[in-house]
Write a protein that binds this ligand. Sequence first.
Ligand code: ZN
Ligand code: ZN
Length: 299
Amino acid sequence: MSRRPTNLLTVALGSVFIALVVLGLKFLAYAMTGSVALYSDALESIINVAAAIAAFIALRVAALPADANHPYGHTKAEYFSAVAEGVLIVLAALSIARAAIPDLLAPKAIDAPYTGLLVNLGATVVNVVWATLLLRTGRASRSPALLADGRHVMSDVVTSVGVLIGVVAAKLSGLAFLDPLLALLVALNILWSGWGLMRESVGGLMDAAVDGKTGSRIRTLLSEHGEGALEVHDLRTRHAGRMTFIEFHLVVPGEMTVEVAHAICDRLEDALRAEMAEVSVTIHVEPQEKAKHHGVLVL
Ligand code: ZN
Ligand code: ZN
């Protein structure tokens, strides 16, 4: 076993800790100011804690090797944590709306001390540093869970900066409705990111095919490395977390020996594996009278 998974787990656990610190700071900032916009920003941080825990669980469970009960591995575990996160996101957006709508109908002057805003700014700086580290580690180790977590934290930074600017503007201009209006915009943004997350996870649970670009890359690789074979047809692909499953029929001349056909299969598997880190390939070999004369023609 390499040390890589342990390092990723440490980073994922660090993410839970940072998210809790940021959550504490943001609620403190809300308590000091009474601003609904800062309240919505703090609620968004609860999602971050949940997301960080989900990423940690996903990395732990998804890293388990295939066993007798789960012969296809455990990589779909990531989708369950993402769906749980999506539910939390919707709940957070609803509670923001509940807090903001009465204020929007009857705006009350906010008297937010700048110290409260500074506390929120401090939490945002912590988030920027952490998101940068998550994105760097996630990219270096090709971990979708860490990358998703990093992107999520970074998108919160954007929201927080917008909220801070808005609250300061509301304070300086005396336009009290700006505060609840911003809170509602944050709620909409949270719903939007939650929708994206759910859509991706549902696609994964429904065994959606790989995206068009990856699909055509797979066909190109098969056609370039399939020398000796005649045709590839009935190509099917799906994702399970970071694992990609690829299945197809490989038509070869009927008189070809099993040994030669198997060597072609190994070559195709190696070519696919070299480009897509975690991939599981299943090939069904057929003699030429099974050719369908469509699909991928081997060059
Ligand atoms: Zn066939
Ligand atoms: Zn084999």
